[in-house]
Design a binder for this molecule. Structure first.
Ligand code: PMP
Ligand code: GLU
Length: 397
């Protein structure tokens, strides 16, 4: 008998966090590694948000909060949904959690029964699949590629739906492809979804504010499927607040109540201090995020330009988030010394050890032909990173 549960033995480690940990360890040993592995803004949290946290401490807002969040924050999030997304969620339909990661886990654990299928378009964010498996659900993936701009078609969605399908989980802007669904594309998907009354959608919109094409579109905007959508958002990415651990949902009341009950057993309300800081972030005019967004766009263009100079790499032009997800399969079957590159994982190990550059292999996101570059770092480091990638790849024959 093993000491650990089957549950934990079967759970894969988060590949994004694993790669970030590995590069930190190598850096600690003195190796000059540049890590483009983790998806986290390199900016500081804006000052007015930090000030709110300091005030919260001084005002002794340091006790347990209601499980679903401080009422004032839930109300402000409800107003944010109306202001930015034209979505009507009352404060009671909002649940604030310890990061959008917990929001997603709450929903999946609250809705998925063993054997139920959850559709996940490829490429997907690493944690979706493992959380579905924890709930004993069955992930059903839909392939995409550079040519389809990593977006699924309504026809692909229809074909993936069976009598066991309970849910679809996707992100827009997407981690890792950076693709953004426009209003027409979302409407076409919604028109399929509405035909299946027992089908629910997790719309992960955590990169809402990092969008280079204009208006962010939420799938919950279509009245005819509003009651089947759980909109996930948070402050980690747009406000450079990854360490504060605040995510939230807007959902039909029965789902938000279920998530509150789930959270009441796992973690309770998230940090009172972080909630008071997040209150300022969600109340603020979204224009406070524009400077960071514009810097990301400049970096995207820089990296895309540099990647063009590397033979065999195919990319899309990502419309949001801070990732580029190029197809690097041209290098499969090539070798250098003891390295024989057969897949994206081999290539990421080769780049780490031969090029001192940490990227996350596409197989972590369901697409083994690709590799994820997180360009949330300085232009100087980005230039050096792509140079390292180029030089290392040139060794493969
Ligand atoms: N969804 C996506 C697509 C993400 O990239 C992340 C980043 N970690 C999360 C959810 C979770 O964000 P957090 O828990 O930091 O709010
Ligand atoms: N979402 C980020 C990423 O994809 C943070 C790491 C994680 O939580 O997986 O890199």
């Amino acid at each position: 008998m093993t000491k650990l549960s089957d549950r934990i033995i079967n759970l894969a480690e988060s590949q994004t966090l694993a790669m970030a940990k590995k590069s930190r360890e190598l850096q600690a040993q003195g190796k000059d590694i540049i890590s483009l592995s983790i998806g986290e803004p390199d900016f500081d949290t804006p000052q007015f948000i930090k000030d709110a946290a300091k005030r919260a401490i001084d005002n002794n807002i340091t006790r347990y909060t209601p499980v679903a969040g401080i009422q004032e924050l839930r109300k402000a999030i409800s107003e944010k949904f109306k202001r930015d997304n034209d979505l009507n969620y009352t404060a009671e339909q909002i649940v604030v959690s310890t990061g959008a990661k917990q929001s997603i886990a709450n929903i999946i654990l609250s809705l998925i029964n063993p054997g139920e299928e959850v559709i996940v378009p490829i490429p997907y964010w690493v944690s979706y699949i493992e959380t579905i498996k924890l709930a004993e659900g069955i992930p059903v993936t839909i392939p995409t590629n550079v040519e389809s701009n990593f977006k699924i078609t309504p026809e692909q969605l229809r074909k993936a739906i069976t009598s066991k399908t309970k849910m679809i989980v996707f992100s827009t802007p997407c981690n890792p492809s950076g693709s953004v669904y426009n209003k027409e594309e979302l409407k076409a998907l919604a028109e399929i979804i509405v035909q299946y009354p027992d089908l629910y959608v997790i719309s992960d919109e955590i990169y809402e504010h990092i969008n280079f094409v204009g208006k962010h579109e939420s799938i919950a905007q279509f009245d005819f499927i509003y009651d089947r959508i759980i909109t996930v958002n948070g402050v980690s990415k747009g406000f450079a607040m990854t360490g504060w651990r605040i995510g939230y949902i807007g959902a039909p009341l029965w789902i938000s109540q279920a998530c509150e009950k789930m959270q009441g057993q796992f973690t309770s309300g998230t940090s009172s201090i972080s909630q008071m800081a997040a209150l300022e972030a969600v109340k603020a005019n979204p224009s406070v995020t524009f400077e960071m967004r514009d810097a990301f766009k400049k970096r995207r263009d820089l990296v895309l330009g540099l990647l063009k100079e590397i033979p065999g790499i195919k990319t899309t032009v990502p419309d949001g988030a801070f990732y580029i997800f190029p197809d690097i399969s041209y290098y499969f079957g090539k070798s250098f010394n003891n390295y024989h590159v057969k897949n994206s994982n081999d290539l990421s190990m080769f780049l780490l050890e031969e090029g001192n550059i940490a990227l996350v292999s596409g197989d972590a996101f369901g697409d083994d032909n690709c590799m994820r570059f997180s360009y949330a770092t300085s232009e100087e480091r980005l230039i050096e990173s792509v140079k390292r990638v180029k030089e290392a790849l040139a060794k493969l024959k």
